[in-house]
Ligand binder design. Sequence first.
Ligand code: ADP
Ligand code: MG
Length: 246
Amino acid sequence: MLSIQNLHARIGDTEILKGLTLEVKPGEVHAIMGPNGAGKSTLSYVLAGREGYEVTEGSVTFDGQDLLAMEPHERAAAGLFLGFQYPVEIPGVSNLLFLRTAMNAQRKLRGEPEISGADFMKRVRAEAAVLGLDIEMLKRGVNVGFSGGEKKRNEAFQLGMLEPRFALLDETDSGLDIDALRIVSEGINRFRRPDRAVLLITHYQRLLDHVRPDRVHVMAAGRIVASGGPDLALRLEAEGYEGIAA
Ligand code: ADP
Ligand code: MG
């Protein structure tokens, strides 16, 4: 589904990704762990198509299509979702208007009809209830005045509403208390389907206790340095990155 081959990318003169290869098949959940500065967020930005990142070598295909040749909004319409490590605040644009606009823009690009106001609100109520988000809060500006945990729940809310096929979640578990972590984990587990895949960037085994990954990868200095099953995350917890990434 997502195939990354020998990816090299730089910001300005600094090469951050240095030959990263990763293959995620439909139905799979992969986790990427690794020390700060390894390039995990850079990978997610390159995949999402954020400006300022130059790919100098390698390829990325999404369902066989050249992902790197697509504009960010085309990537989203194709079914790619990125949950940010640091969700941005957008004053003056309500969460609901933002989401409905995004949903309809994606539908339009796919040649699908717009979602009706009634259907949209029905979905909003259902998703918000599951995630414990207040509808009144969702009428406020995007993430404005949200606590760190609320922003992360809002990422999970967007995931549930947009129904992408590939979710790339950058530290969606960071800053969550135990209850919120369970709620967000359930959101990820509900998202799991044989035709969808998830790439989770995380520092914490406790997320992986709730969301059992098929594969765990360790990233260091811009590439994958170790891969294994869920046990690898337990080994990392016990031994730290140094022993494994060396
Ligand atoms: P991680 O998410 O694994 O902690 P990042 O992808 O955020 O790592 O960062 C990888 C490296 O890229 C770090 O050394 C960081 O300082 C550097 N970096 C990130 N953003 C920029 C930028 N805009 N300009 C220059 N260097 C950057
Ligand atoms: Mg990061």
